[in-house]
Design a binder for this molecule. Sequence first.
Ligand code: FES
Length: 338
Amino acid sequence: MSFKVVVKPSNREFTIEAGETLLDAALRNGLSFPYGCRSGVCGACKNKVLEGELDYGDNLPPAIDEQDIKAGIGLFCSAGAKSDLVVEVKEVETPGEIPIKNLPTRIASADELSDDVMRVYLKLPETERMQFLAGQYIDILMQNNKRRSFSLANAPHDDEMLELHIRHISGGRFTDKLFGHEIGEKSILRIEGPHGSFFLREDSDKPIIFMAGGTGFAPIKGIVEHAFAEGITRPMYLYWGVRSRKDIYMNDLVQKWADEHEHFHFVPVLSNALPEDNWDGRTGYVTDAIMQDFDDLSKYDIYASGAPAMVYAGRDAFVTKGMDQERYYSDAFEIAGD
Ligand code: FES
């Protein structure tokens, strides 16, 4: 049986299904409830229950006791619902509200998405989760105090594993090892995160242009999946600039988004299409494609992710068509590459 949950003070509502925890249901619906371990141990998900009754099953988890329950406190990662609920939650809206963690992870899988891009899934320890906002990044900590930054490609509601899209940089200390299979499934990596201020500004109702270059698609994937989960219906235009056809390494997924969501539009742009690509789509630089398609960029929020040269070129071009620089968001300003 499902129940309705109303969140104060935002008055947002969602439905919790049988067998689901309050936290799972909130995240599934794109709400950013605070949490830590997601396993009843740390207490970071404690919030007030104003009306209704929670269901903990047979045993209370370690981070809550009868006294808390009498005081109207609930442990949302471990409780289902026995009735409709009204809860009070300070939702996470900015990166500064999320604790930065340093955690060991294990590579659960590493699959080649193209000849120079791998999708790596990292598994956290059983009793640990890392809260993040869609679009943020983590650092992989290496020897000699070196670190490599990679954007998170999954949305927060889907956080059992961390998804990274990693491009092989020849001579890159970390990616040479990964593509040379010195690092692979079951390897242990220490990470730190989440970091970064590349996340969806939900206080805006402007349509969104996403400009991705290569694996700059990764954080945009997380943001778009989060927006779909939350039911955001602002028009979204994804321009994905790559060299040739094979570099659109998740074409089927993005085409599926476009097929299933009327407000989502996809424009792949190839800079060096190969004869075997038989490409009759857009060609050239992705920044130019956006400049050709929009006359007045003051009406849009623009999120850019990829090589710094593309991000800066975009900024310089878009301001000539009215873009508000305050509403141009990128992670290129802060990410440390390989
Ligand atoms: S007890 Fe850690 S997130 Fe709920």
